[in-house]
Structure formats: C-alpha cells, structure tokens
Design a protein around this ligand. Structure first.
Ligand code: PNS
Length: 175
C-alpha cells in the first residue's frame, strides 16, 4: 500500500521590516523648515528617527537635552517620529546600529547641495546607506538655525519661521 502523502510544509512569509529613515542635523534649534522635512519623511516611512548631532567642541545655544525636548514638542503630533542624540561617532554607524538604510535631508538650494553631496557620497561609500533629498519648501528657503539665532539676538521677527515654543526658548536664552 502507498504511504499517505505527507502534508506540505507551511509557507511562512518573512515578517515585513518597518521602513525607517533618519533625519540628522544639529537642530540648534529645530525650525519650521526642519519640521517640514521631518513631516514629509514621516509620510513616506514607517518610522523617522530624528538624530541630533551634538558637537562637544562647538558650543551651541541649546544643550542636547533642550534640543531633544524642543524636537519632541514640535513633533508631538507625528506618532512615527522619535528623537535621539549622538556625538563622537559617524552617522552611518548610528544608522547601522538602528538598522536604518536611508538618510533624508532637505535641500534649500545649491549651497545645501554642495555641502550635502560629498557627505551623501561618503556615507554611501562607507556603508551603503543612501541619502534622499527633499526639495525644501519655498516658504523656508531663508530659514536656518544660525540665521534664526542671529535675527532673534537682535530682536528681529522670527514668527512663522520657528514654532511658538522654540521662539519662547530663544527669548529665554537671550533675555
Ligand atoms: O544640521 P547640520 O549641522 O548641517 O548637520 C550635519 C550632520 C549632523 C548631518 C553631519 O555633520 C553629520 O552627519 N555628522 C556626524 C559625523 C559624521 O558622520 N561625519 C561624516 C559625514 S560624511
């Protein structure tokens, strides 16, 4: 008598991996230009890690904890965004540790492109981590953290360029 055919092996599909990206920067402090890029990245990826580089040899206005607090406040309505801080290591090493294959950055214009392109090529050379550029919203092409700090320092109007909490934090620092 023929042996009964054995049941076929169940086919198990591999569990889908969440698609993650990192939005790195100094964020000293976060501006509405940064927030626009983070929001758009959050619509494209399952999870966005905002990675704050704190350069210990370059005194910023805000401490890492203050930058993170402001980012978390600004991104409170984006459930798939989280913020971390790093220093003294390569961004691509942070990406590899977190299993992230893509860096997302905004480009306000040619100057940003010239600054960003060598880093993007180097990061890909080092680990294969790719960089994706989003064109900056024209509403924020003039907005950078350093310009915001300078304008705020001399009493200029930064309304509509940073969130109200960030404006308050700047005013408190400069008081
Ligand atoms: O907001 P910034 O200052 O323009 O951000 C620059 C940043 C933090 C993205 C870049 O300096 C960086 O990735 N630094 C981490 C150290 C590193 O990986 N350096 C090699 C870059 S190829």
């Amino acid at each position: 008598m023929e042996p009964a055919p054995s049941a076929p092996e169940p086919v198990t599909a591999p569990a889908p991996q969440p698609r993650r990206c990192v939005c790195p920067g100094s964020y000293d402090p976060i501006t509405l230009g940064h927030l626009d890029v983070i929001r758009r990245a959050a619509a494209l990826y399952d999870e966005v890690v905002v990675a704050v580089l704190y350069n210990q040899s370059k005194q910023g206005m805000f401490s890492p904890a203050e930058r993170l607090e402001l980012i978390r406040h600004e991104c409170a309505e984006l459930p798939n965004v989280r913020a971390i801080e790093f220093h003294g290591r390569l961004l691509v090493d942070v990406c590899q540790e977190l299993g992230i294959a893509a860096i997302v950055k905004g480009l306000r214009g040619e100057t940003d492109y010239s600054y960003e392109l060598p880093m993007a090529v180097m990061n890909r050379h080092l680990t294969g981590v790719e960089t994706l550029f989003l064109p900056g919203d024209p509403a924020y092409t003039q907005v950078s953290s350093s310009l915001i700090k300078e304008v705020a320092r001399f009493g200029g109007n930064i309304k509509g360029l940073v969130g109200p909490r960030v404006a308050e934090a700047l005013a408190a620092k400069l008081a």
